[in-house]
Design a protein around this ligand. Structure first.
Ligand SMILES: CC(C)[C@H](C(=O)O)[C@@H](O)C(=O)O
Ligand code: SF4
Length: 468
C-alpha cells in the first residue's frame, strides 16, 4: 500500500543512491528570469547543451512592469530587472526551449501558465527555480522548487538528486463555511502546524473540503505548502483534475488522453496507506483568516485580536510576536478590524487566477473603494486577463476604483515597480508577509481575494461576511 507521494517518487527513480536519496527523472521544467541566468552561463562555460529543450517552458514574470507593456523591455526602468529579462530572452534565442515572450497573450506568472497550458500533468515530476513550484502538486504531480545550480543540473541531464520526503497527510473534515475558501483553509493549516511544521515532508491535502475545491483552490493550497516548511504539497487527481486538463494545448488528447487517464486514476494514495504524520482539522467553524504578523503562521480569524503579552505558547513565539507587532505597527490586543489599509493587492500565483478575480469582483460589484486606498488587481496571466475582460470583471474593478494591470508577480515581492512605501499597510492575496517582502518597511496582511476586496471597500481589514 502506497501513498500518492510514494508512487510519484518510485516511478521516477533513475538510481537509488542510498541514505534515502535518489537520482530522479524530471519530466517538466519551468524556467523564469530570476533563477536561470547563472544556470545557462554554467552550461556555456562547461560546453554543455540543454538535454531536452521540449521538456522545459520559459517565461518572464518577476521583474516586469504591470503597466505600459507596449514598450517591452525598454519599459523596465531598473537596470538589474531589465538585465534579467534581457538575459532570459538571449538564452531563449540561443536554445530551442519553448519561450512565452513578454508581449505574448499567454505570458504570465510561471505557476499560473504551467497548469493553464496543460504543461503540468498528474503523475509527473515538475521543477522550477522557484519555491512556489509546489503549486503544481495540486494536479497530483511531484512538484518542488530548486536552486540555480539544480536548474543547471536539470537543463544538462533532465535528472536531479533528491532526498525522499516524509508523508504528512492534512485531513480536512467538513465543508468550508460561507465567506471562506482555500486561502483561509491554508492559512489556518499553517497557523495550526506552524511555519516549520511541514519540514522534510510532502503534505497531502485530503478530505471532503479538499475534494470539493476546484483546481484553482487546490493550487492555492499547494502553493502555500512551502510556507509551512514542506518540500511540496499534493492533492490526489480526480475527475475535477481531468476535466480541467481536457483540451489544454499541451495536455494529452485522444488516445493519448485515454492512456493517460488510466495511469492517472491509479495515482491516489491507496486506502490504508501509512502516513508518517497526520493533522486533522474540521472547518465547520472556520472564519475568514488574516495574518497579523510577519510569518504566515501568525494568523487569526478576522473577528480576532492581535495577541497580548503572555498569550504565546512558548517564550520564543512570544518574542517573535512582540517583534512582529512592533514591525506591523499593531498594539497588543488590538482588534484586527481596526487596522486601516493603504493598499490592497489582488494577484500572485496564490490568488491571481480567474476564480480569485471573480471572487473579488463579486464583493466589489456596485461598491466603491474607500478614499485614499490604492487597489491593484493583477491577473496571473494574459489568458486570465482576457477571460476576465470577456466577463466584464475589468469594468467591475475599474468602476469600483481599482487599477487593472498587466500580468506578472507585481506587488507579491518588491522586484518590480509595484511596491509598498515604508509604513504602508496592505491587504494582500499573496503568500509571504515577512519584513520588507512587498517593499522596505511595508506591512503585509495575507488574506483571500474576497477579504482583500472587503478591505478595499471598508478601508480597514474587514469581515467579508458583512458583505455577502
Ligand atoms: C524570485 C524567486 C526565486 C522567489 C522564490 O523562489 O519563491 C520568488 O518567486 C518568491 O516568491 O519569493
Ligand atoms: S507571484 Fe509571488 S510567490 Fe508567485 S512566483 Fe511570483 S514572486 Fe513568487
Amino acid at each position: 500500500m502506497k501513498t500518492l507521494y510514494d508512487k510519484l517518487w518510485e516511478s521516477h527513480v533513475v538510481e537509488d543512491l542510498g541514505d534515502g536519496t535518489a537520482l530522479l527523472y524530471i519530466d517538466r521544467h519551468l524556467v523564469h528570469e530570476v533563477t536561470s541566468p547563472q544556470a545557462f552561463e554554467g552550461l556555456r562555460l562547461a560546453g554543455r547543451a540543454v538535454r531536452r529543450p521540449g521538456a522545459a517552458l520559459a517565461v518572464a514574470d518577476h521583474n516586469i512592469p504591470t503597466r505600459d507593456r507596449a514598450s517591452g523591455l525598454a519599459g523596465i526602468q531598473d537596470p538589474t530587472s531589465r538585465l534579467q529579462v534581457e538575459t532570459l530572452e538571449a538564452n531563449m534565442a540561443a536554445c530551442p526551449i519553448p519561450y512565452i515572450p513578454l508581449l505574448d497573450p499567454r505570458q504570465g506568472i510561471v505557476h499560473i501558465i504551467g497548469p493553464e497550458q496543460g504543461f503540468t500533468l498528474p503523475g509527473s515530476t515538475v521543477v522550477c527555480g522557484d519555491s512556489h513550484t509546489s503549486t503544481h502538486g495540486a494536479f497530483g504531480a511531484l512538484a518542488f522548487g530548486i536552486g540555480t545550480s539544480e536548474v543547471e543540473h536539470v537543463l544538462a541531464t533532465q535528472t536531479l538528486v533528491q532526498k525522499r520526503a516524509r508523508n504528512f497527510r492534512i485531513l480536512v473534515r467538513g465543508a468550508l463555511p460561507r465567506g471562506t475558501g482555500a486561502k483561509d483553509l491554508i492559512l489556518r493549516i499553517i497557523g495550526d502546524i506552524g511555519m516549520a511544521g511541514g519540514t522534510g515532508s510532502a503534505l497531502e491535502f485530503a478530505g471532503e473540503a479538499v475534494r470539493a475545491l476546484g483546481m484553482e483552490g487546490r493550487m492555492t493550497l499547494c502553493n502555500m505548502a512551502i510556507e509551512a516548511g514542506a518540500r511540496t504539497g499534493l492533492v490526489a487527481p480526480d475527475e475535477t483534475t481531468f476535466a480541467y486538463l481536457e483540451g489544454r494545448p499541451m495536455a494529452p488528447a485522444g488516445a493519448l488522453r485515454e492512456e493517460a487517464l488510466r495511469r492517472w486514476r491509479a495515482l491516489p494514495s491507496d486506502p490504508g496507506a501509512a502516513f508518517d504524520r497526520e493533522h486533522v482539522l474540521d472547518v465547520a467553524d472556520l472564519e475568514p483568516q488574516v495574518t497579523w504578523g510577519t510569518s504566515p503562521e501568525q494568523v487569526a480569524g478576522i473577528t480576532g485580536r492581535a495577541p497580548k503579552p503572555g498569550e504565546a505558547p512558548t517564550e520564543e513565539k512570544e518574542r517573535r510576536a512582540e517583534r512582529s507587532l512592533e514591525y506591523m505597527g499593531i498594539r497588543p490586543g488590538q482588534a484586527l478590524t481596526d487596522l486601516a489599509v493603504d493598499v490592497v493587492f489582488i494577484g500572485s500565483c496564490t490568488n491571481g487566477r480567474l476564480s480569485d478575480l471573480r471572487e473579488a469582483a463579486g464583493i466589489l460589484r456596485g461598491r466603491r473603494v474607500a478614499p485614499d486606498v490604492q487597489v491593484l488587481v493583477v491577473p496571473g496571466s494574459g489568458l486570465v486577463k482576457a477571460q476576465a475582460e470577456r466577463e466584464g470583471l475589468d469594468r467591475v474593478f475599474r468602476e469600483a476604483g481599482c487599477e487593472w494591470r498587466e500580468p506578472g508577480c507585481s506587488m507579491c515581492l518588491a522586484m518590480n515597480d509595484d511596491r509598498l512605501q515604508p509604513g504602508q499597510r496592505c491587504a494582500s492575496t499573496s503568500n509571504r508577509n515577512f519584513e520588507g517582502r512587498q517593499g522596505r518597511l511595508g506591512r503585509t496582511h495575507l488574506v483571500s481575494p474576497a477579504m482583500a476586496a472587503a478591505a478595499a471597500v471598508r478601508g480597514r481589514l474587514a469581515d467579508v461576511r458583512d458583505f455577502l
